[in-house]
Design a protein around this ligand. Structure first.
Ligand code: PMP
Length: 454
């Protein structure tokens, strides 16, 4: 019943798990035996001296290779856009019309509602927050920074870089729980209706970072319709994974811009996206989209900071992607590389953690992450144990404002960057670390603690 390194085999562990079922409810003697077996297997894993990294949602080199064609474009002597604009020169603040036409429908916008930026949508989000603080936005009585306090709603688990922008500028963050089909809307509606200091809300509406949640149609509608105490409330709609499907089902969500217009809140939507995980993560194109007034407002601010974005990059993206179908075909090739890695993680979790009651996760249908919830109070210790075993994870707490997960429960798993074989091994290390830490915690709760190993 032992595998390599004298550790129990996966089959034996599966058998043991069947026996113990929900770890919370098994007799202490069985739980101790289970813990001891896991400890052996964890020690064997650690003894391999691996250095595996599941920390950040980066595309792999194999994925980046799919867009190597960009590196030869547009090519010397081929530098005129459709309207004969010389892309090497200044100007064209809003971005090439042909690229706006290509990307707009994927983000629920019309070409006129889109502004193309440089290589980072995060930069556009940062700037939209900074402009709103310094100048106010359409409908603001005064710049947000002149209010005594500014607050944003932050669905959790969420994206640490959104939270970092708020932290940087002293914006108070209010966590709201995010379920599989969107944030707790009863809570959101209540908070924005009663507190005029709430000026914004972060949303990753499709295949969210990190849980993979997809906002339901009804959630999008309620967000667009809800009355808000702040007349200049904005939804920062970061649709970073709009086309990043992992299954045959290409899930679509309603256009927030259209929904807001329909409900008489045309200026509520600030939409963001990019091709960072479509073409080249460091050299894609980004977009901002919104109502006509929002576009005017953004261009007025943007025009002070730049004479125009990189149109050579815009042109080569049009030539490389050709049209929306070309972009979706490229995403299918990404999926062929990425989906097996997600399957490997899901299988490892199902094999080792399924039915134990000490961990839960959503198998995402798209995006770049899996978020793993472990027994309350165990996330930090689990990440530490995984690191000791040679698997580095995003720090526990990163999924929450100020890095503080009050339940110490959620950990983000990012399986895209390493190769498949590495992901398979790493996922096993993750699962063993969860089982070790949670079984130890349960034993401690019962006053039957086991001595921690060095
Ligand atoms: N938003 C989300 C939700 C992300 O996960 C990421 C990348 N990890 C970004 C934005 C960054 O996008 P960009 O490269 O366009 O700045």
């Amino acid at each position: 019943m032992t595998g390599s390194h004298g550790a129990p085999s996966p089959a034996f562990l599966g058998y043991l798990l069947c026996l113990v079922a929900q770890l919370q409810t098994v007799p202490t003697a069985d739980l101790t035996a289970f813990h001891d077996q896991i400890q052996l297997r964890y020690d064997a894993f650690r003894a391999r001296g691996l250095a595996l990294d599941l920390t950040r949602g980066k595309p792999s080199a194999e994925q980046l290779d799919l867009s190597n064609g960009l590196l030869d474009l547009p090519g010397q002597g081929d530098v005129l856009a459709a309207d004969k604009t010389d892309v090497r020169n200044y100007g064209g603040l809003q971005g090439l019309p042909e690229l706006r036409a290509l990307l707009a429908p994927l983000f629920g916008a019309t070409p006129a509602q889109v502004i193309i930026g440089d290589n980072s949508s995060l930069a556009l989000m940062h700037d939209a927050v900074a402009y709103s603080l310094l100048k106010g936005t359409v409908g603001s009585a005064r710049p947000w920074s002149r209010e005594s306090v500014v607050k944003f709603l932050c669905p959790v688990p969420g994206y640490d870089r959104h939270f970092a922008i708020c932290q940087e500028y002293g914006i108070e963050m209010i966590p709201v729980p995010l379920g599989a089909d969107g944030p707790d809307m009863d809570l959101v509606e209540r908070l924005v209706a009663e507190d005029a200091a709430i000026k914004g809300m972060w949303c990753v509406p499709k295949y969210s970072n990190p849980s993979g949640a997809v906002y339901a149609d009804a959630v999008v509608d309620r967000l667009a319709a809800m009355p808000t105490a702040a007349p200049d409330f904005r939804i920062f709609w970061d649709n970073a994974y709009a086309v990043h499907h992992l299954t045959d089902e290409r899930i679509e969500i309603p256009s927030l811009i259209e929904a807001c217009a329909r409900h008489g809140h045309a200026d509520r939507a600030f939409v963001f996206g990019s091709t960072s995980k479509v073409t080249l993560a460091g050299a894609g194109v980004s977009l901002f989209a919104g109502s006509a007034d929002n576009v005017k407002w953004y261009l007025a601010r943007m025009g002070k900071r730049t004479i125009g974005s990189d149109k050579i990059n815009q042109l080569r993206h049009v030539r490389f992607l050709r049209d929306a179908d070309g972009l979706l075909a490229l995403m299918d090739r990404h999926r062929a590389i990425v989906a097996p890695k997600f399957t490997a993680v899901a299988e490892a979790f199902a094999t080792h953690l399924g039915g134990t009651g000490v961990a839960s996760w959503l198998v995402p249908k798209g995006g770049y992450f899996i978020s793993l919830d472990v027994l309350d109070g165990c996330a930090r210790e689990f990440v530490r144990a995984a690191k000791e075993a040679g698997v580095e994870l995003t720090p526990a707490g990163a999924t929450h404002p100020l890095g503080q997960d009050p339940d110490d429960r959620t950990v983000r798993i990012a399986p895209t960057f390493p190769d498949l074989a590495t992901v398979q091994v790493a996922a096993e290390g993750v699962a063993l670390s969860v089982l070790l830490v949670t079984s130890r915690a349960l034993l401690a709760q019962r006053g039957a603690g086991v001595p921690a190993r060095a």
